[in-house]
Design a protein around this ligand. Structure first.
Ligand code: FAD
Ligand code: SIN
Length: 528
């Protein structure tokens, strides 16, 4: 079978992957892979917006200190500064591409970006497109990528594994094995540079705000290729997802609280003042833990979010998408409170990179939610993620343009399926998928203990053994690729959580409630 060759192979078509593709396309031939349709991914669902230092009362210093505070003092300050400094430029880049951010007028009648507020931000700092920021950005990036002659888009193509050269001591990444889900064939794609932009791993939990594709594939592939991963114990739970059996944990943006929404108990009483003086605007880890505690203490199934006091006009103008979606489930948020619960939302840890997105493996980069850059520490500040995607796409594009990496000269061995048969027990995949996600939710959730983590570790180890045998004996399918990755990522999360003997940010342990004096990131190394 012919082997396709590109200057750059970008795995993922979210904000990270597509903005990198567009930044490279004037000089490089680029392939963009999406295991689903091109617009699908967390990016498309982003509501709140993109954090950026724009307002005249704001400063890089304030953004850095808010990020550091939300991150429970574990962010890499240089990296946060690197991102905050470039944030305004990235918003201008999007505006130049014709992304139409929501605007308002200052008191002199000049049009300006409307900046909203979210938890942990001391300033209005979040540029947005109503409450559907991700959709507007992604649709624009997709439109431009599709038009560009140097960008080839492959939808419904799932990358199975990265390929490394064996000719050097420290093998470089020379491409990937990719399964075309429609024709059910695995092909080799060669590339001088390969970029993981595969998003996060929140699908490892039973309840999540993320789309189905957030299965941590990039983290698992990078680990198998020999990259270090860090801070996997810090999975962020968003405090407010709609509580309804058919809503699939639909997100209710933190901007609702930023614009005055109140969290209340079933009897209508507020409760956040008991946990943090910033109340509704405390960072997410604190709000999610407070809700979890109230739910467990009172034995209630949800709490309520109320913004009805702002009136129908305000609510419909600021939150048209959320308002419409809630109506579909029988709730009019402009007139009544809505039921909410926390759900897994964001993977703060990931593949270790430098400020250019370069990983430990030459020729391999990781940008966006898949990466651990040091930006988010123990808890990500709201709306810092899209900004990180945009900034690292910019810096990685510069590094790739300067890179001397070349295409591998020789033919790469094709994927060998001669020893495997079609599976006759697809139930193994669906059963194990459910079991991993439930174990993670029950034992590795918002509040952890040594005992719960040990239970999760032994169950996941058993499942991994079963999946390993299955993987090598049967024909590879997309579901099996994802299940194998999900199990590996679950094991990395548990191992990281077990090694952190303190409570900090998103990792809260009843056995170690106090924070350590000098906390360090949890770095796991597959080569050790
Ligand atoms: P994604 O957008 O998740 O894209 C991942 C891509 O990788 C997809 O194209 C997928 O098909 C592809 N992929 C994955 N594995 C493979 C594989 N094996 N082979 C081929 N392709 C693969 N952040 C903010 O900053 N502001 C917000 O307002 C905000 N709101 C959010 C609301 C929701 C509901 C959610 C879920 C997240 C929100 N976030 C927000 C977080 C933010 O959206 C994500 O962190 C960010 O979009 C991640 O972008 P990404 O490009 O890294 O990955
Ligand atoms: C939200 O709108 O609440 C999500 C923002 C984010 O995850 O950064």
């Amino acid at each position: 079978m012919s082997q396709k060759s590109y200057d750059v192979l970008i795995i993922g078509s979210g904000v990270a992957g597509l903005s990198l593709a567009l930044r490279l396309a004037s000089t490089h031939k680029v392939a963009v892979m999406s295991k689903v349709s091109i617009t699908e991914g967390s990016s498309r669902y982003a509501q709140g917006g993109v954090a950026a230092v724009i307002d005249k009362d704001d400063s890089i210093k304030l953004h850095v200190s808010d990020t550091f505070d939300a991150g429970a003092s574990m962010c890499d300050k240089d990296v946060v500064k690197h991102v905050a400094k470039r944030s305004g430029g990235c918003i201008e880049w999007l505006q130049d591409l014709d992304v139409k951010f929501t605007t308002d007028f200052d008191r002199h009648g000049n049009e300006r970006l409307h900046l909203t507020r979210e938890g942990g931000h001391s300033q209005r700092r979040v540029a947005h497109v109503d409450d559907a920021t991700g959709k507007e950005i992604i649709y624009k990036l997709v439109e431009l990528s599709k038009k560009h002659e140097n960008i080839d888009i492959y939808e419904h193509h799932i990358v199975v594994d990265l390929i490394k050269s064996r000719s050097e001591k420290q093998g470089s990444c020379i491409g990937a094995y990719i399964l075309d889900k429609k024709s059910d064939t695995i092909r080799v794609f060669k590339a001088a540079n390969t970029v993981l932009a595969t998003g996060g791993a929140s699908k490892v939990y039973l309840y999540t705000s993320n789309p189905d594709c957030s299965t941590g594939d990039g983290i698992a592939m990078a680990w198998r290729a020999g990259c270090r991963v860090a801070n996997m114990e810090f999975n962020q739970f968003h405090p407010t997802c709609l509580y309804h059996p058919e809503a699939k944990s639909f997100l209710i943006s933190e901007a609702v609280r930023g614009e005055g929404g109140k969290l209340v108990l079933p009897d209508g009483k507020p409760f956040l003042h008991k946990y943090d003086e910033r109340e509704e605007l405390a960072p997410r880890d604190i709000v999610a833990r407070a809700i979890d505690n109230e739910m467990k203490t009172l034995g209630i199934e949800c709490v309520y979010l109320d913004i009805s006091h702002k009136g129908p006009e305000f609510v419909k103008e600021h939150f048209p998408t959320i308002h419409k979606k809630c109506l579909k489930f029988g709730y009019d948020m402009s007139a009544e409170r809505i039921p909410v619960v926390p759900a897994a939302h964001y993977t703060c840890g990931g593949v270790v990179t430098d400020v250019n997105g370069a990983t430990d493996v030459p020729g391999l980069y990781a940008i966006g939610e898949v990466a651990y850059t040091g930006m988010h520490g123990a808890n990500r500040l709201a709306s810092n993620s899209l900004m990180e995607c945009l900034v690292f796409a910019e810096t990685a594009s510069k590094a790739i343009k300067h890179s001397k990496a070349e295409l591998f000269k020789f033919e790469i061995p094709e994927w060998d399926e001669s020893q495997v048969t079609d599976s006759d027990e697809a139930v193994v995949v669906s059963h194990n998928w459910d079991e991993i996600r439930r174990s993670m939710w029950d034992y590795v959730g918002i509040v952890r203990t040594d005992k719960r983590l040990a239970r999760a570790a032994s169950r996941i180890a058993l499942l991994q053994k079963e999946i390993h045998e299955y993987y090598w004996n049967f024909k590879v399918s997309s579901d099996l690729v994802e299940l194998r990755n999900l199990a590996l990522v679950a094991s990395l999360i548990v191992e990281s959580a077990q090694s952190r003997r303190e409570s900090r940010g998103l990792h809260f342990s009843l056995d170690y409630p106090a924070p350590m004096i000098r906390p360090l990131p949890t770095v796991l190394d597959p080569n050790k």
